[in-house]
Each structure stands twice: as C-alpha cells, then as structure tokens.
Design a protein around this ligand. Sequence first.
Ligand code: 1YM
Length: 643
Amino acid sequence: MAREDRNYSEGTIEILEGLSAVRKRPAMYIGSTDYRGLHHCVWEIVDNSIDEAMMGFGKKIILTIHKDGSLSVEDFGRGIPTGRHKSGVPTPQVVYTILHAGGKFSDKVYSASVGLHGVGAAVVTALSEYLDVTIYKDGKVFNQRYEKGGSIIGKADLSRTTTRTGTIVRFLPDPKIFSSTEFKFSLIAERLQESAFLLPGVELVLIDERSEKVANYCYQDGLIAYCQFINEDKEVLTPIMSFVDTYNSTKVEIVMQYTTEYDETIISFANNVKTIDGGTHETGFRTAFTRCLNDYAKKYNIIKERDKIDSSDYREGLTAIVSVKVPEKYLQFEGQTKSKLGSPEVRNAVDSVLTERFTYYLEENKEMANKIINRAKKASLAREAARKAREEARSGKRVKAERLLSGKLTPAQSKKSSECELFLVEGDSAGGSAKQGRDRLYQAILPLRGKVINSERSDLADLLKNEEISTMIYTIGAGYGQSFSLNDCNYGKVIIMTDADTDGAHIQVLLLTFFFRYMRALIEAGRVYVALPPLYKVYKYVGKKEKSVYCWDEEDLKAAKEKIGAGYSIQRYKGLGEMNPGQLWETTMNPKTRSLIQVKIDNLVATEKKVTVLMGKDAKLRRNWIEENIKFTLEDDFLREVK
Ligand code: 1YM
C-alpha cells in the first residue's frame, strides 16, 4: 500500500470522507449509474482538456479505450500545476481527491467545465478502482495514483524529466458502482466530434484498443463545418450565413442555413457547453430572427396584414447554431440538469448582434430574402390548412375522423387525457387480446394492420394518404409537423407494442421515425414509449396450480429455471398473439408489473443523421454508414428503459 506523505495526513482524512459520500450516493453527483453516468465520468476528465484547448493551449486531445476496460485522456496543454496547494498537498491531488462545488480553482475567462458537468474530477476518482494522473510540466514528470475510490493515495513521483507538456489521466471505472462499465465508442465519438466543431483547428482522436477502431476529428471552419455536417444529407435552399460579433464582452457566433425539410434544427452552446433546453441565447435569437424577417417583408411589401405568418413559419427548414461565450461571472445555468442558459444579459447580446448583421445581410442579398419569406408564406398556408382540418375534426364535422376510426380504435372511457394511454398494437389478433386484457378506464387500443410506411422515404401527401398514419394522427388528435400542438394530445402516453421479433423491431423503427419527423414534441415531452413483452414463460404444474415466471432475457431465464425447480417447461413467446388477454395484461400492460422503455432523443444531431441515413432514400449512404458503424443499433441510442 502506498503511503500518504505524513505531513498531510490530516488533510487526507477529510478527503476520504468527501469521496465516500460520492460512493454512497453516486447518482447525486453523476445523474445515474447506468451507461450515462459512466460516460459522465469521461466528460468530467475531457472537459478539463477541452477548457485548456479553448484557452489556446494544446492542439490535440487523445482518448483511448484500453483492453482492460480503463480509459485514458491525454492532452498537450500546460499541464495541471504541480506545486503545493495552500492546503499543503500537491495541486493535482486536490483536483482528483477533493470535491469541488463548481470545479473552480482559478479565474478562467470562459470555461466549459462549469455547466452540465463540472461536479469535479474527484468524483471520477471516487467511482474508480484506480485513477492515474501524469503531468508533463517545467521539464518534469509528475505521476500519482489513487486507488479504491480514492481511499489509497499513492506518493507523488517526480523522478523523471521531459521536454513535452500536457496531462494524461487514466481511470478504471468500478464495476461495484456502475451497472455496465463498457465504454461506448459511438457515444464518445459523437461527443468528441461535437467538441471538434467548437474548437476550430484542435484535433480530437478516439482510439478503441478493443476493436482497433479509430475516429479522428479536426475542423478548421468550426460552426460552419458543423452546419455543413448537419445538412450534408439534406437538400439546401440557401448558402450558409455566418455572423460573429462581440457585444458587452459576450462573444456571439451564429451560423444558419435553410433546407427543404419541414422541421427546424436549432442547436445552442454557452461557453462550449451544449444547452439542450435552450435559454436566453435562444430566446434572443428567435426574437431577433423573426423581427428581422418581418421588418424586411413589411418594408418591401412582400407580406400583407392578411398573411398570418407565425414566427415558426420563418423557421421551417432552418438549421441554426447559436454559440455564445459569456464571461464566467455572468454565466448562469438553470434547470434540473443545468442545460438551460439563464444569464439575462445574453438575450440582448444575441438580439443586437443578429439584428444588426442579419438585417444588413437581407438588404445585401435581396433574392435570398425573397426566397426565405416566400417559403414562410407557404408554411403559413399549410399550417392554416392543418389547423382548419384539426378544428373540423373536433367541432362536430367529425365525418372523416369517424370514418377513419370506425372499427379501429377502441377508446378509453376516461376523458382525462393526461391519464389515458394509447397502445399502438401490431396486428389484429394481438389487438384483440389487448382490447380484452386492458384497463378500459384509461387504456385505448389502436391495432395497426399493414406495414407502416416509411416517413423518411415518402412525402407528406403520401403519408397522409396512408391509413395507418392518418388514423394515428386523428387518434392522437394533436395534428402533425409544425402545427403539432401538444396541448391537444388525447393521451398522456403513446405506447408502441409489437412482437419481440425483427418485424416488430422494424415496425417500432418506422413508428419512431414518424414520431421523430412529425410529432417530435411528443417524444421531447417524454410521452412516447415502447412496451417490452416477455420472451419466455417458465412454468410447472403443482397439482392443478400453475407456478410460473416470465422472463425478458437470458439472465431472467436462468434465474427462473432455478426458482421453478426441476420439472419446469419453457414457453417461448414468438408474438403478442400467443398470450391470452390475462397474460398480456399482466406482463405488458399493467403499470404495476410491465416494463416500458421511454423514448428519448439524446443527441439531436446524431439522431437526425441516423434517421436520415438509415431510413432515407440514399442506399449508398446507408451502406457506408453500416460499414463504418457495424456495431450500432438504433434502439441503443433511441431508447431508454424506465421501469
Ligand atoms: C486529461 C485531463 O486536466 N488538463 C489540464 C487541466 C488544468 C490545466 C491544464 C491548467 C489550468 C490552469 C493553469 C488554470 C487544470 N488546472 C487546474 C488547477 N487534462 C487536464 N490542463 N494551468 C494549467 O486554470 O489556470 C484545474 S484543471 F486548478 F489546478 F489549476
């Protein structure tokens, strides 16, 4: 056992107390102990390297997933200071073994590590079997190792010399803490690529020693390259517009481009931290964006009073990236996950920069301005038509809706939409069982007969002609596309229930593609789920009574065989139709006993890409993608288990 320097043992006692708190309640520090929490540890370390590169130190960051399950991060920055901290212990030991509220030691002007992450790198030590830090600085190599969640602190080794600078941290996550300790290549690669767009000229490398895969990202053009990347598989309507300026010491960078798609993609960052819940910078952007176009359109008489153009019409097909760099003293994140920018000053900064630059751009590019405004006019007409159709469906003129729904939907009795659940069920026979097995008070059943059509490969008109799709739209009752209105949704949960086979998986993906493209707000509100029917039943008759256990995977199966004991039989469920109504209720529909997967969008750009490439028209793109990402499954990234 390595001994702590005697002079500092008092400090060490305090340290141990701090880190054991993290081990007791890890989710409080890293959100969860599943793969997300595991990768949170990676971001925690990498963010320090990214901060260093952001300040201009180090042009390369290398992540390696090692064969033994550990991960290392190497940068070529200045190296963490190695002198003694005022508490008496070496500074790196402070960084890696003492908890810090905001991860702050020094007065950085802009920092990435104060947002979503930034609980401090010591949390990683606490949750690792070991964490080893090597620093190259001032001609010397500093090395120290912390083991068993930081309860063993090795003596700092300063015996070697060097000519380079930088920091390497390697850690092995503790399997006693995490449900899985396997690092995911594609998840890390996506995040590194995103960082590469935000750090022009910095090279980010990911090496996977398990599979020998390597990813390498480096972009000179920053956000412009990011916008190109987002739109690379889409048809574009305008060139990329790029505005950069500083207002009251807030640096604002905006890049935008129109595509021919229906939805908008707005991505924002504050000090290089992704703000998935938006905030003041996005508000400033939206307000100024609408105002610029409205003012221009009115000035040149392109729109009349009767053209009821809504701000969302201007954003149809828009891809925009808004990035702000705010001095740390003004930086404020909000919300439970700290993914929303709260700084009030920033709203004005973004508004001012965009108003000035975009107004000028429109005047200088009149043809483009007309194209954009005419497109918005078309969007507003389509939105009006959809709204009328929705109103008709609700206000007595329910002919079409009723015709569509007659004999298909088995509605729930409750009128309280938030408690109602809609089951989209594969096939009529399973639909029949579900109808009998359900709780009629709040569960509605919509059987889907034919294959659902692929929304990525059909245009809107064809989609609406498809019976399964139009029935679903009417049943949900909230419209679709830009005019989708969550408030009108008839159900608190929409649950996809298919057989546990490849056809079932295909139907799931087709439905998810539809929801992603045309009812994204439903997914974002956490209202879309996938039901998990069991794969096996292990049973035995004891006298006349059946003793049985349902199983969802091979592990369950093993446990069930042991539990039921000798003489068991196994029934393998090939489809929902093989279960009787009572069994279907008990295993898949009863909220007390069922398993549901909540559908979440983790990374909008990555998901967008996957949907375009995997579901879209271009077979060549798809082939390339599959060749490059052979291990990837759509479910992996799309779905999150909740219960
Ligand atoms: C693989 C992880 O942590 N790199 C890193 C961290 C720091 C510095 C450089 C750094 C920061 C500063 C001055 C400063 C950190 N230093 C500290 C602290 N890579 C990795 N590279 N000199 C070097 O912020 O002023 C915390 S992180 F607080 F010790 F200075």
